[in-house]
Design a protein around this ligand. Structure first.
Ligand SMILES: [Zn+2]
Length: 272
């Protein structure tokens, strides 16, 4: 249900880059708009607040499309539906389509495609980096020229949810994180814009709305220590029905302030 206080807030982060934040009773979540010379890309479809499509049209005259980073309802919500209904191309991993159907129900995904390896917006090349873990179909997007990584929920925003039924085991996730670390070694001055940037400011560093390589390195250290049994999380209750049977633990670091995982999904299932 939409509350009258729900709204979209647009922030120009730099030339040709905008954050569109949904401040709602449901979730504070970010979409991003990147404008090239030929076309524009919207990253994520927000949750319940309508008029993302109108909002983007008011910012740019370029043709635009949307890449949805994963199938959770705060990223693949009403904005994604608006884009599909307006005939805009929407990209989403097939691995997360079931999730969208579970949460959104009536949305027509027949026109949705899997993200290309690289989108050329004209002077702005955006590479798609699959990052299964938080969900199986999670992707991150990397703007090559500006060295900006849009990570959505794939590595969290200080808070990280890996306890979900659709999340990977921590062993599988660690392999993905190490691949990401290798990639980021080529871009040590990367800025990482997550899907819930307010958390960065609230929990990691006041006034800051992005993360950096140190965050990823800490995430790798913490995940390794959990797997090795050197780090054991506190028991955590999250009052959501679909999590009631999950034994959730939570660990806290300097940057990764609230890392939730399922104690029964630390190790990968062994082949019998
Ligand atoms: Zn998510």
């Amino acid at each position: 249900m939409r509350n009258m206080s729900d709204k979209l807030t647009v922030t120009k982060l730099q030339e040709n880059l905008y954050r569109i934040q949904e401040d709602s009773t449901f979730m504070n979540v970010d979409a991003y708009l990147i404008c090239g010379q030929k076309q524009a890309m919207v990253i994520d479809g927000l949750g319940i607040t309508p008029e993302l499509y109108e909002c983007v049209k008011n910012i740019t005259d370029l043709p635009f499309f949307m890449v949805v980073t994963h199938g959770h309802p705060d990223h693949a919500g009403v904005g994604m539906k608006e884009f599909i209904e307006a005939g805009c191309q929407v990209y989403l991993s097939p691995d997360d389509e079931e999730l969208v159907k579970e949460y959104a129900g009536d949305v027509d995904l027949s026109v949705v495609k899997e993200a290309k390896e690289c989108f050329d917006l004209g002077g702005a090349r955006i590479k798609s980096l699959p990052m299964p873990g938080h969900t199986q179909g999670s992707v991150m997007l990397f703007w090559e020229e500006e060295k900006l990584l849009f990570s959505s929920d794939a590595i969290g925003s200080g808070s990280l949810w890996m306890q979900l039924p659709e999340s990977s085991s921590l062993e599988e996730y660690l392999a993905q994180l190490k691949e990401l670390e290798l990639f980021l070694e080529q871009v040590p001055d990367v800025k990482i814009y997550p899907g819930h940037s307010w958390q960065v400011s609230a929990y990691i560093k006041e006034g800051c709305d992005f993360m950096d390589c140190e965050y990823v390195k800490e995430l790798i250290r913490m995940t390794t220590d959990i797997i090795d049994g050197k780090l054991v999380g506190e028991k955590k209750e999250i009052p959501l029905d679909f999590l009631k049977d999950i034994d959730i633990r939570c660990v806290t670091g300097n940057y990764v302030t609230d890392y939730c995982y399922d104690v029964r999904k630390i190790h990968s299932k062994k082949e019998v």
